[in-house]
Design a protein. Structure first.
Length: 464
C-alpha cells in the first residue's frame, strides 16, 4: 500500500495495473531494430515483418518525444501475422515506467457498467503520474529491534507491546528510535530482521525493507537474498521519493466507500461486490488537482499506451466516444488491432466501412499493415518457438512442420509442437521425427479439415 496525499484527501492507492501475457509472443525483446531504426531480419525474437517493425519504431520515437498526442495507431493484417506481438514490442521499447494497458474490444459489453465507462476506465489506467516528494525518512541497517511490553489493562495474563526500540546504522553513525507499536506491526509484515536495511517515513510511519546488508553476503554459500550496501550519510535525512501511479488508481482510491470498522460495516461491504461506476464529477476534481501538481512541478504526466485488440467488436457508440476521448488533454496513445477487411460497423444500420471502423475515426489513425509470412519465414519462426520451448527437432521434421504451416496456419503448426514432443517421449525419444508429426496430425484436426468434415457430414450435426 502506498500513501498518496491530494490536497486535503489522504488516499490509500492500490495499484490496478493490469497484467498482460501473450503466450506466443512472450519471448520477444522489443522490435529488433538497429541504431538507425532499420529492422534486422532476425533479432529480438522477431522473424520478418520488417516494414511493420520499422513503422512501429517510428511510433515509439514519436511517443518518447511526446509528439503522438491525439493520434492513434491501427495494426491491420491477417490472423497470425504478429499484430499483438507488435503491440507488445512497442510496450517493451517504451520501458516498464510507461503504463501499458491491453484490452479486447468485447470487454466493453457488461451488464453492470456502461460501455463508455469501461473505455474511460482503461483510458485512465493507461495514463501515468510520476510524483516526486521530499520526505523526511530514517534509513539504515537494523542493529537493534526490541519490543517493550507491559501488562494488559484489559485483565488476564497477556502482555501488550507499547513501543519498539529500533537501532539504525549508516556509514556515518548510529541512531536509536523509540517507535509506535503500529510501526512494529508493519515491520513484522515486511519480515524485517536484524541486519536488514530499511527506510521509515517519519510522517506516515510506513516501513519498506530495501534488502539485506551486504556485510552478510558471505553468510551462506547460496542464498536467494538481495544484498544492498550500507546507506551513506545520516540516519535521519530528507529524501526524494518518486511514486508512479495511474489516474485510475486515484479514481479508484477516491471512489472506494470508506465504511466503519465495526462488523456491520464490514459485512455490508462484503455483500456489495458489484462494480460501481466512477462519476464524471470525481474525475474532473482529480484532473484539477493533478493539473495543479503538474503546474507546480511536483508531478509529471506520463502518457502510456492503451492497446485495444479486435477493435471491430466495438460499436458505433464506442467509436463516437473514442473520437472525443482522443482530443482530450489527458489522453494516452491508443493502438488498435484488427484482422477484418471491409465489414459492417457494429451497432449501425448496415453501414459498411474498412476494418469495421467508421471513416471519421479512420482519418485520425496511422495504419500499419502486417503481411503473411513466407514458407522460409514460417520455418524460421517455428525454429525460434522450438528453441524457446526447449523442444528438439531435426531439420526434416522442422521443414515438414513448415509445410503444415503453409497448408493450414502458422498458429496451428506451432500448436502441434508440444503434443508431438509428448508423442516422441512416449516412444522413448527426445527428438521429434516426421512420424510423430504425422501421428499428431491424425489425432488433431486443423480448421480446414474440420470445416470440410462439417460440409461432408452436415446431416449428422444439429443446425439452426
Amino acid at each position: 500500500m502506498r500513501l498518496f496525499v491530494l490536497n486535503s484527501l489522504s488516499l490509500s492507492v492500490f495499484h490496478t495495473t493490469r497484467t498482460h501475457s501473450f503466450a506466443l509472443s512472450h519471448h520477444l525483446q522489443g522490435l529488433g531494430l538497429n541504431e538507425k531504426g532499420a529492422a534486422v531480419a532476425q533479432a529480438a525474437g522477431w522473424v520478418g515483418q520488417e516494414s511493420a517493425r520499422e513503422a512501429s519504431g517510428v511510433v515509439v520515437d514519436m511517443i518518447k518525444e511526446k509528439k503522438m498526442a491525439g493520434r492513434a495507431l491501427l495494426l491491420t493484417g491477417a490472423p497470425g501475422t504478429g499484430k499483438t506481438a507488435l503491440a507488445l514490442g512497442i510496450a517493451q521499447e517504451l520501458g516498464t515506467k510507461v503504463p501499458f494497458c491491453p484490452m479486447v474490444g468485447s470487454e466493453v459489453y457488461s451488464q453492470e457498467v456502461k460501455k463508455t465507462e469501461v473505455l474511460m476506465e482503461n483510458f485512465r489506467r493507461a495514463i501515468g503520474l510520476r510524483i516526486k516528494e521530499n520526505k523526511e525518512v530514517y534509513e539504515g541497517e537494523i542493529v537493534e529491534m526490541t519490543p517493550e511490553e507491559t501488562e494488559s489493562t484489559s485483565g488476564g495474563y497477556g502482555k501488550v507491546i507499547t513501543s519498539v526500540v529500533v537501532g539504525l546504522k549508516t556509514v556515518k553513525g548510529t541512531k536509536q528510535l523509540k517507535l509506535d507499536p503500529s510501526i512494529y506491526d508493519a515491520m513484522q509484515k515486511e519480515k524485517v530482521k536484524l541486519g536488514d536495511v530499511i527506510y521509515l517515513e517519519a510522517n506516515s510511519g510506513s516501513v519498506k525493507r530495501v534488502g539485506r546488508c551486504d556485510a552478510y553476503a558471505s553468510e551462506f554459500d547460496l542464498e536467494a537474498e538481495e544484498y544492498v550496501p550500507l546507506p551513506k550519510g545520516d540516519v535521519h535525512k530528507r529524501k526524494e521519493i518518486v511514486q508512479d501511479v495511474t489516474l485510475h488508481d486515484l479514481d479508484a482510491a477516491n471512489a472506494r466507500p470508506q465504511g466503519g470498522s465495526d462488523i456491520i460495516s464490514m459485512m455490508s461491504q462484503i455483500m456489495k461486490p458489484k462494480k460501481t461506476e466512477i462519476t464524471e464529477k470525481l474525475r474532473r476534481e482529480i484532473n484539477n488537482v493533478v493539473n495543479r501538481y503538474i503546474d507546480s512541478g511536483i508531478a509529471e504526466l506520463v502518457p502510456g499506451v492503451l492497446f485495444i485488440d479486435e477493435v471491430h467488436m466495438l460499436d458505433q457508440e464506442c467509436f463516437t466516444f473514442l473520437n472525443k476521448a482522443l482530443e482530450s488533454q489527458l489522453a494516452p496513445i491508443v493502438i488498435f488491432a484488427t484482422n477484418r477487411g471491409v465489414c459492417p460497423v457494429k451497432g449501425s444500420d448496415g453501414m459498411v466501412a474498412p476494418h469495421g471502423i467508421p471513416v471519421d475515426l479512420l482519418d485520425r489513425l496511422l495504419i500499419v499493415r502486417t503481411i503473411p509470412y513466407t514458407s522460409e519465414e514460417n520455418v524460421r519462426i517455428l525454429a525460434v518457438r522450438a528453441d524457446v520451448e526447449e523442444i528438439e527437432m531435426d531439420e526434416a521434421s522442422l521443414a515438414r512442420l513448415g509445410e503444415v504451416g503453409d497448408e493450414t496456419t502458422l498458429r496451428h503448426a506451432a500448436q502441434l509442437m508440444t503434443p508431438s514432443a509428448v508423442i516422441a517421449q512416449q516412444s522413448g525419444r527426445e527428438e521429434i521425427s516426421i512420424a510423430d508429426l504425422e501421428e499428431c496430425q491424425r489425432l488433431f484436426l486443423d480448421p480446414k479439415k474440420s470445416a470440410k468434415l462439417l460440409q461432408e457430414q452436415a446431416d449428422k450435426f444439429i443446425t439452426y
